[in-house]
Design a protein around this ligand. Structure first.
Ligand SMILES: [Zn+2]
Length: 345
């Protein structure tokens, strides 16, 4: 479906009240939204993966405040476990990775509406200057490159990726990230360095756009926690995908990130979100390690709502990406978009 058609389709669902009806039917299930970045309106247009504008975020949070029951993630976990009563349309807001724009752009909006949120931080990157997650390095290479194609050596020789238009850049970035996800850290690093070599001297907008990938520092993290509105959880130390690690490595990622957060904030860290978070990114073994270390919940990126009795070590979330319009956000937040996607696959 073309963008225009999709947009018209979601708008018609909005107008006919279908979102309202779906929300009513699902009112007993908890909704957890995932955000990554919130950028100043206008600057999110190009480097757009997993970013929403301040304006759109404000509208979405205002909807959560007016039409739903905002709850903290800790409360949501109690509700899903049956220890607290789930209010109708309970919604918890979460952010993954720990970007500085969460503090600069998203936090003022959350304060304005008095809506709580949880930020899952990748502890090795907190306070780092200019360091990026490997996924963001690939995005940064692709989006800033002014060349038309990238070459990537593979098992069968070499793959060519078209990066000549914004749409092709998005598709190529998705494919390259997917391919490199299965590689070891060293192999991945070599591939990324090779990509960097290809665009040397062929980049635009490096500085202003790179800010999108900056991480929080501990002072910003503390300030948000002191406000009483923000909870902090672990997203590992290095953003490694747990299922690709040995048990000792998993243990160290989960323990060291927890200890770093507890030392800085002086309170227990019991919340976790899996890097990447699809069903193949974590295993039963990882859930056992989480439990043993005192984590009370772990959030996946499996699309859906959470009823009472859901596995609290694999809670479902709905990922909010840049929306062409507000009805598109509603289609995601009501779970309709995810259902349609599963049906069309
Ligand atoms: Zn992440």
């Amino acid at each position: 479906m073309s963008e225009l058609l999709k947009s018209a389709f979601y708008t018609s669902m909005h107008v006919t009240g279908l979102f309202e009806l779906t929300r009513y039917l699902n009112r007993k299930n908890g909704l957890i939204l995932t955000y990554h970045g919130v950028l100043e309106t206008g600057s999110e247009n190009y480097v757009n993966r997993n970013c929403v504008s301040r304006e759109m975020f404000d509208r979405q949070i205002s909807w959560v405040k007016k039409k739903c029951t905002p709850v903290s993630l800790s409360d949501m976990v109690q509700m899903v476990s049956g220890k607290k009563k789930m209010p109708p349309n309970a919604v918890a807001i979460t952010f993954d990775d720990g970007f500085r724009n969460n503090y600069r752009v998203a936090f003022p909006v959350l304060k304005k509406h008095d809506v709580p949120a949880t930020i899952f931080i990748t502890t090795d990157f907190i306070g780092s200057k200019g360091e990026k997650l490997w996924t963001e390095r690939i995005d940064s290479i692709i989006y800033s490159a002014t060349i038309r194609r990238l070459r990537l050596p593979t098992e069968n020789g070499e793959d060519l990726f078209d990066i000549s238009t914004p749409e092709n850049k998005i598709q190529s970035s998705d494919k390259i990230r997917k391919y490199l996800k299965s590689k070891s850290r060293d192999e991945r690093e070599q591939h990324i360095m090779e990509l960097e070599r290809q665009i040397e001297g062929m980049r635009s907008f490096i500085d202003e756009m790179d800010e999108r990938y900056d991480f929080l520092d501990w002072d910003e993290v503390s300030q948000m926690v002191e406000s009483g509105l923000i909870e902090i959880g672990s997203h590992t130390c290095s953003h490694s995908i747990l299922s690709t690690l040995t048990e000792e490595e998993v243990h160290s990622e989960l323990l060291n990130s927890k200890m770093a957060i507890e030392a800085q904030l002086n309170k227990p860290c019991t919340l976790f979100s899996y890097p990447n978070g699809t069903p193949s990114d974590f295993t039963h073994r990882d859930k056992k390690v989480l439990q043993k270390l005192g984590y009370e919940t772990a959030l996946s990126q499996i699309d859906g709502l959470n009823g009472v009795g859901e596995d609290i070590y694999a809670l479902k979330r709905i990922n909010i990406v840049r929306s062409p319009n507000f009805p598109f956000f509603l289609s995601k937040a009501t779970g309709i978009w995810g259902k349609m996607k599963r049906l069309s696959n």
